[in-house]
Design a protein around this ligand. Structure first.
Ligand code: 3HC
Length: 294
């Protein structure tokens, strides 16, 4: 694999998980003309994933970025299933399951057993778990790399490329070409440290906003208005935390706190209580704000 890395062009893609990140990644791959197999944990999950992708494509059609035929063609390139074995013939698989280390290492180990191409790249969309831990769950750590996308994936151009100490140069080159040339996104290399570049900056900012709301320093609407109207951010930190998912924010914060032992990364009690109570943000219809469509 190290001999001619530039010659490998990945066209058979697998995506594991069809939540908001997996659905966005699968959609982007299919829109780039690739053949995509998406695996969910069960038939219901696969149905929900299909609905998510349909809604996003319908949005693209409504705003004139895609026509009806184009949307149909994208769908034709996507297969949704609950069978992980369907990924056997893939050359690049991106896992985007829940941000839990036990779940992600389980998926990586399963992919290692299932994907038959000995040169296949096994990528992970983890936002904060060290790539090394996921790589060493496989027998091919040189082919494991982090590809960290941003939500909403069809809109945001950045992908962090995160090699572990064991990732080969060929895998880096191939994954970077996939992100920049095939998907047309902007790649930023990031070190294999919990949070990478963006979340190391973003999560303490979101946690500070939660602490402000928790202490009564300012109400959520004012905190958000401050950053939207005063700093031209597209959305305020609490609305953004709702968009990301408060459980994901908590998981990222805990991973960084475990890595750095720095109180900036410690999740505030309000965040923990909201997650325990199922107020996860947009995806459950309620977080710091209420949403009519989850
Ligand atoms: N899926 C697909 N397309 C979407 C979308 C979605 N979920 N949400 C919005 N869009 C598209 C819309 O169709 C629209 O496209 P158009 O201009 O062609 O019509 C465009 O995005 C703008 O959307 P809207 O007009 O509905 O709304 P806004 O202008 O308010 O934009 C937003 C919405 C794109 C979400 C914008 O507010 C934004 O960029 N917010 C910041 C998001 C952000 O910071 N994300 C990073 C999160 S961190 C992360 O993901 C890492 C993780 O590890 C924690």
């Amino acid at each position: 694999m190290d001999a001619n890395p530039q010659q490998v062009v990945d066209r058979r893609i697998g995506v594991v998980g069809c939540g908001q990140m997996g659905a966005g990644i699968a959609e982007m791959c299919a829109r780039a003309g690739l053949d995509v197999v998406v695996v969910e944990s069960d038939a219901d999950g696969a149905r929900r994933g299909r609905t998510r992708i349909e809604a996003s494509l319908a949005r693209a059609v409504r705003s004139g970025r895609l026509d009806e035929d184009g949307a149909q063609a994208v769908f034709g390139r996507l297969a949704l299933t609950a069978a992980l074995d369907a990924l056997a013939d893939r050359t690049l698989v991106i896992e985007a399951v829940a941000e839990r280390e036990d779940v992600k290492t389980g998926v990586m180990a399963a992919l290692d057993r299932i994907v038959t191409d000995p040169d296949a790249v096994l990528a992970t969309n983890t936002s904060s778990i060290p790539i090394m831990r996921l790589a060493t769950a496989t027998s091919r750590p040189s082919q494991v790399i982090g590809l960290h996308f941003f939500n909403p994936v069809p809109v945001l151009r950045l992908v962090e490329i995160v090699p572990s100490l064991l990732t080969s140069q060929a895998t880096r080159v191939r994954a970077t070409a996939f992100v920049t040339e095939t998907l047309g996104k902007h790649a930023v290399p990031a070190p294999d440290r919990a949070g990478f570049v963006v979340n190391t900056l973003l999560i303490p900012y979101l946690l500070s906003a939660v602490r402000m709301a928790e202490s009564g320093f300012a109400p959520p609407e004012d905190i958000d208005a401050g950053m939207v109207l005063g700093c031209a951010h597209p959305m305020g930190p609490l609305r953004l935390a709702d968009l990301i998912g408060l459980d994901t924010v908590q998981a990222a914060a805990e991973a960084m706190y475990a890595e750095y032992r720095d109180l900036h990364f410690a999740p505030p009690a309000l965040l923990l209580r909201m997650v325990e109570g199922g107020r996860l943000g947009r995806k459950t219809g309620r977080g710091f704000y209420e949403y009519t469509a989850a």
